[in-house]
Design a protein around this ligand. Structure first.
Ligand code: F6P
Length: 319
């Protein structure tokens, strides 16, 4: 293999730049040429492709977002789109591809593999919802952004003795809500994986208030329900003054934490090693702090599971 490509796809995550840098530098270290594909699979279809040099990835390790830009591409879900993408890769003489992204991006990578094209996936998403890795690139940074925000909200919640509902990202996965709720001592954590009983939540809030609690924090993953609706219901049924904050895309930006930069560097480099070893159709990951690889199709066939012990602990600590 002489020439490889790299793209970022789907929702961006802090640390993607560090992963791109690792791919480019590791590949050049081993004598490969690297081509950057802009705007994810959309750029692949359109041939928005450029050679990257050592200097192309200088001064990006500490930056959020992705230097290669990203997109969610419907066209690549079609066989036509996939074939066009492979044509472009062939036109540029690119013999293997590294895809940095979440589960949707991995599904695209799986399609390339089905067409016989060597592709390796690097898990990059704030959601931490890819089976086959304990952590995804960007999760730690997003988590710390949320914690910083909740700490600030907590100050004003105490001053006004209010109840706060904070909606965090996570359409299908509750990791951001669970980890931030646990780290911030939230009274209630609502995740998509668990069917919550609103009446029970209301009862517990009232009980806490009667016991003299000055404020309450409720962290809701967007997939568990609308923070605004939940806030309204709580205000109506508890008569506690309630405010809602939807953190939104602030969670996806910012300079990556040391944890994410190191993770991204390790995973990006590992992906290049796999291509050099002639592997295809694999994703890289980290399990118990060891770098691992799994077949993408096998990883995608599994459901990301919420850490039940951690969820139970969060409940025990918020009585
Ligand atoms: O997958 C990452 C993520 O940030 C999810 O948590 C969220 O549901 C989604 O992307 C939002 O996507 P978009 O930025 O396209 O609205």
């Amino acid at each position: 293999m002489k020439r490889i490509g790299v793209l970022t796809s789907g929702g961006d995550s802090p640390g993607m730049n560090a992963a791109i840098r690792a791919v480019v530098r590791k590949a050049i270290f081993h004598g490969l040429e690297v081509y950057g594909i802009y705007y994810g699979y959309a750029g692949l279809i359109n041939g928005d492709i450029e050679k990257l040099e050592l200097g192309s990835v200088g001064d990006i390790i500490h930056r959020g977002g992705t230097k290669l830009y990203t997109a969610r591409c419907e066209e690549f879900k079609t066989i036509e789109g996939q074939k066009q993408g492979i044509e472009q890769l062939k036109k540029f003489g690119i013999e293997g591809l590294i895809v940095i992204g979440g589960d949707g991006s991995f599904r695209g990578a799986e399609k390339l593999v089905e067409h016989g094209y060597p592709t390796i996936g690097v898990p990059g998403t704030i959601d931490n919802d890819i089976p086959g890795t304990d952590y995804t690139i960007g999760f730690d940074t997003a988590l710390n952004t949320i914690i910083d925000a909740i700490d600030k909200i907590r100050d004003t919640a105490t001053s006004h003795e209010r109840t706060y509902v904070i909606e965090v990202m996570g359409r299908d996965a509750g990791d951001l809500a669970l980890w931030s709720g646990l780290a911030d001592g939230a009274e209630t954590i609502m995740v998509p994986e668990v069917d919550d009983d609103m009446e029970d939540i209301i009862k517990r809030l009232k009980r806490g208030h009667d016991r003299g609690k000055k404020h309450s924090i409720i962290v809701v993953a967007e997939g568990a329900g609308s923070g605004v609706d939940i806030g309204k219901e709580i205000q109506e049924k508890t008569e506690l003054e309630t405010r809602v904050t939807v953190l939104g895309h602030i969670q996806r930006g910012g300079s990556p934490t040391a944890q994410d930069r190191v993770l991204a560097s390790r995973l990006g480099a590992k992906a290049v090693e796999l291509l050099l070893e002639g592997e295809a159709g694999k994703m890289v990951g980290i399990e118990k702090n060891e770098l691992v690889s799994h077949n993408i199709d096998e990883a995608l066939s599994r459901q990301h599971a919420l850490d039940e012990k951690m969820y139970k602990l969060s409940q025990e600590l918020s009585i």
